[in-house]
Design a protein around this ligand. Structure first.
Ligand SMILES: [Zn+2]
Length: 342
């Protein structure tokens, strides 16, 4: 029988201190060449072991082989010039220096497929692999070629689809697209964002997920959250169309967030990865706190469709805090499993 409430992480885990500077976003590598390749594989093995020891059911790569969840993917593509940079406002929220699209974007070779094959060899547990979503990729670049966010997203969707199909062939069970931009550009999401996402997932036989969120605990994000008022209803704008989309799982932030839990009702029928771990604080949740969040979510998600998860990536946290939080996630999920099978 399939395990009820399978746990997983939304995205990143801390990297070992010999691979990259700990508790730092977008930290550069400390190794290079063959040592870097070997170091990344060792880190993948360690992050697998950490997840297994914490009782995580669906294993992720913890983003051990990438510096940034969007730009590492883009670095492998043709048509983007990383020397020519422009400062633009991203997520309609903060200024960032981003590379420039200067020509047709194409993928010459696979980006993460070797890493996925390596992780596949290490475990028989289900594996989830994250890729950036087309809209978030567009929103992390300056485009001087296509001059249309929609057109560029469509080109990225085709490239993502090539990568996703190879990840599927490598044995990945769930392919997740990270779309934090979905929380910001509602009109575009409904006009073309979800269509581009479906294009990226087209023809896949494995399960597909989309992660939407309010971002890491960096200042620009916490300031933005303060401006959103007592109730965060952003998801309300896009859930109806996501509900009728071809994507199987929706991953979202629920722990310590002001998202009214009843909004999840708009997704009824979808599998929901409920964020029950806050990644913007070092305070470690108790199993009972995790269980409370899951219990609330159960009013709006059928038990066989509830996937306990973290709110977002954990790379800015320490190994110690991360371990505590993952243990709490497993223990909290177990409390609810017991209640459901009693
Ligand atoms: Zn996130």
């Amino acid at each position: 029988m399939k395990k009820l409430l399978p746990t997983s992480i939304a995205g990143s885990l801390p990297k070992p201190s010999w691979l990259a500077q700990p508790e730092t976003l977008w930290s550069p590598w400390k190794l290079e060449g063959d040592e870097l390749t070997q170091g990344k594989q060792d880190a993948l093995r360690l992050s697998l072991l950490n997840q297994q020891q914490s009782g995580v059911d669906i294993i992720s790569d913890g983003e051990q082989t990438r510096q940034h969840f969007v730009t590492t993917f883009i670095e492998h593509l043709n048509g983007v010039d990383f020397q020519q940079r422009k400062t633009v406002k991203i997520r309609d929220r903060y200024d960032a220096s981003v590379p420039m699209v200067v020509g047709e974007v194409t993928r010459q070779k696979a980006v993460f497929v070797d890493d996925a094959k390596f992780l596949r060899q290490q475990t028989s547990q289900p594996i989830k692999w994250a890729l950036p979503g087309p809209m978030t990729m567009v929103d992390t670049l300056y485009d001087s070629h296509y001059k249309s966010r929609e057109k560029l997203a469509w080109e990225f969707a085709k490239i993502l689809n090539q990568e996703a199909k190879e990840l599927e062939a490598a044995g990945v069970d769930i392919i997740q697209f990270d779309e934090p931009a979905f929380n910001v550009f509602f009109d575009e999401v409904n006009d073309w964002g979800i269509a581009a996402l479906e294009r990226a997932a087209e023809g896949l036989k494995c399960e597909t997920a989309v992660h939407i969120c309010y971002g890491y605990g960096i200042k620009a994000n916490t300031d933005w959250k303060k401006s959103l008022g007592d109730e965060w209803r952003q998801y309300e704008e896009i859930f109806p169309k996501l509900q009728s989309s071809s994507i199987d799982l929706i991953s979202l932030e629920c722990q310590n967030s002001r998202v009214p839990m009843e909004l999840i009702e708009l997704l009824r029928g979808k599998k929901v990865m409920v964020g029950a771990i806050d990644v913007a604080t070092n305070a470690i949740e108790t199993p009972e706190e995790v269980a409370n969040t899951l219990r609330k979510a159960l009013q709006f998600v059928d038990a066989d469709k509830l996937y306990p998860c973290t709110n977002c990536g954990m790379v800015p946290l320490s190994q110690h805090v991360t371990r505590g939080k993952l243990n709490a996630l497993s223990a909290g999920a177990e409390i609810i499993r017991q209640e459901l099978t009693r």
